[in-house]
Design a protein around this ligand. Structure first.
Ligand SMILES: *[C@@H]1O[C@H](CO)[C@@H](O)[C@H](O)[C@H]1NC(C)=O
Ligand SMILES: *[C@@H]1O[C@H](CO)[C@@H](O)[C@H](O)[C@H]1NC(C)=O
Ligand SMILES: *[C@@H]1O[C@H](CO)[C@@H](O)[C@H](O)[C@H]1NC(C)=O
Ligand SMILES: *[C@@H]1O[C@H](CO)[C@@H](O)[C@H](O)[C@H]1NC(C)=O
Ligand SMILES: *[C@@H]1O[C@H](CO)[C@@H](O)[C@H](O)[C@H]1NC(C)=O
Ligand SMILES: *[C@@H]1O[C@H](CO)[C@@H](O)[C@H](O)[C@H]1NC(C)=O
Ligand SMILES: *[C@@H]1O[C@H](CO)[C@@H](O)[C@H](O)[C@H]1NC(C)=O
Length: 364
């Protein structure tokens, strides 16, 4: 007798969460400032971003961090990151600060910048992997030198109104709070040093804020039936229906089709579902003791190379995964009671890149 596979499961790709994500209840992004030295009229701080989410990456074109100064601070210099605008520094003579804006926006430097502009974990163009997938790539630091800022923990005022885009909306953030100073181990691990002052900020992610429509959908097929159960029409909304490109169209040959837009807007291949990503679940074997499926993830966005991706699958039988080929995987166990949810992701240097729509825009 053949046991039919229950098709009761939930897929999430790249991003999924309610205001609070039951599969990742502790998932947050933290921003930490450590003042490492005082200067005549300010301080030098190391800013650390940690993506403590299990599977939510900050993907290309990367994060954007903003804040508002509490006083008349200016950024004298930065290493590993830069502000997007310098602002009005006309009152400075001689050396000109890096940024004089009160409310400013910071982005990471792109790969390949000169060595003297790099900082420890520098220059991945703002991409931050999730902690669950790649803890080493989930952290980023840059250095900022601030003047006109006060020179003691009594006169320094914390920046306000932090904002984080990752890269789109979806993050909310709390106020900065002074916390016990971070301690650092020296390179030889024989001495501890301590920040002069530390504050941190918590950001949480919400899919509700990020987008109205899902960004992927699942279709099914099996070895025992020719027909494919497709993604329903307009699964991901059809507002882009007039702005899509037919895969056989001459436009494909146009130069610049794959050029990412500043606002991160997609250019989708025309499909009836209009999803940027489709997951196809094909049942290859179905026995009493086990079943085997082939999962294909297809990118329909001509303007997006997913430099890192993950796929979250919930299925009753996933409490007993025996073998997985071509993807890395680990269980997501937010609570004892959830043991049927796994995270699948690309193997480094093999299929961790999901290319733009086209002949190479899929992983299996
Ligand atoms: C400020 O620095 C003084 C010593 O310089 C220290 O005693 C005090 O605890 C610090 N306060 C805070 C809030 O870090
Ligand atoms: C910070 O944000 C709050 C609420 O969004 C706003 O009322 C306040 O004016 C902002 N402060 C600054 C200094 O921009
Ligand atoms: C802030 O720092 C404190 C003390 O190090 C730590 O307990 C807390 O978890 C940190 N919070 C965030 C959001 O990083
Ligand atoms: C194949 O699937 C279709 C659609 O679900 C169904 O109508 C049809 O009866 C199936 N055929 C067989 C042989 O099971
Ligand atoms: C994706 O990567 C390929 C190869 O690196 C590159 O040629 C292409 O322009 C990239 N596409 C986008 C949308 O960034
Ligand atoms: C998991 O699978 C193995 C063999 O594939 C089987 O022996 C075992 O009973 C299964 N465990 C559960 C909890 O289903
Ligand atoms: C998974 O959790 C369910 C209830 O939440 C429990 O009945 C089942 O025994 C668990 N399975 C394993 C393999 O731990």
């Amino acid at each position: 007798m053949r046991i039919f596979i229950s098709v009761l499961f939930l897929f999430v790709l790249f991003s999924h969460a309610a205001a609070y994500d039951p599969l990742d209840p502790n998932g947050i992004v933290t921003i930490k400032w450590d003042i490492v030295s005082w200067t005549p009229d300010g301080y030098v701080a190391v800013v650390t971003l940690n993506n403590f989410q299990m599977y939510q990456h900050i993907m290309n074109p990367g994060w954007t961090l903003g804040w508002t100064w509490a006083k008349k601070e200016v950024i004298w210099s930065m290493v590993g990151a830069q502000t997007t605008e310098q602002g009005d520094c006309s009152k400075f003579k001689g050396n000109i600060p890096h940024c004089c804006k009160k409310t400013l926006t910071v982005v990471e430097l792109l790969p390949g910048v000169p060595y003297n502009q790099q900082f420890t974990s520098c220059c991945k163009g703002g991409v931050l992997a999730s902690w669950g997938q790649d803890p080493q790539a989930a952290v980023l630091t840059f250095q900022v030198s601030v003047e006109m800022a006060g020179t003691s923990n009594k006169t320094v005022k914390l920046p306000k109104n932090f904002t984080l885009l990752g890269p789109g909306p979806g993050y909310t953030w709390g106020p900065a709070k002074v916390v016990p100073s971070t301690t650092f181990l020296t390179q030889d691990h024989r001495r501890k040093t301590q920040a002069l002052m530390t504050w941190n900020v918590t950001c949480t992610y919400s899919q509700f804020l990020a987008r109205k429509n899902p960004n992927c959908y699942v279709s099914f097929s099996s070895f025992y039936n020719e027909s494919i159960t497709p993604c329903p029409s307009c699964t991901c909304g059809c507002q882009n229906k007039n702005n899509c490109v037919k895969s056989d169209s001459k436009i494909l040959k146009m130069v610049g089709l794959n050029t990412p837009k500043k606002d991160n807007s997609p250019l989708l291949q025309c499909t009836h579902h209009m999803c940027p990503v489709r997951v196809h679940w094909h049942v290859k074997l179905n026995y009493n003791d086990y079943w085997r499926v082939k999962v294909s993830v297809t990118n329909f966005n001509y303007r997006m190379n997913y430099t890192i991706w993950s796929l979250i699958v919930q299925h009753p039988n996933l409490n007993n995964v025996t073998q997985v080929f071509s993807f890395d995987y680990k269980p997501l166990v937010p609570y004892e009671s959830i043991n049927d949810t796994w995270m699948f992701y690309g193997m480094k240097y093999y299929n961790d890149l999901l290319m733009e729509a086209g002949p190479f825009g899929n992983v299996q």
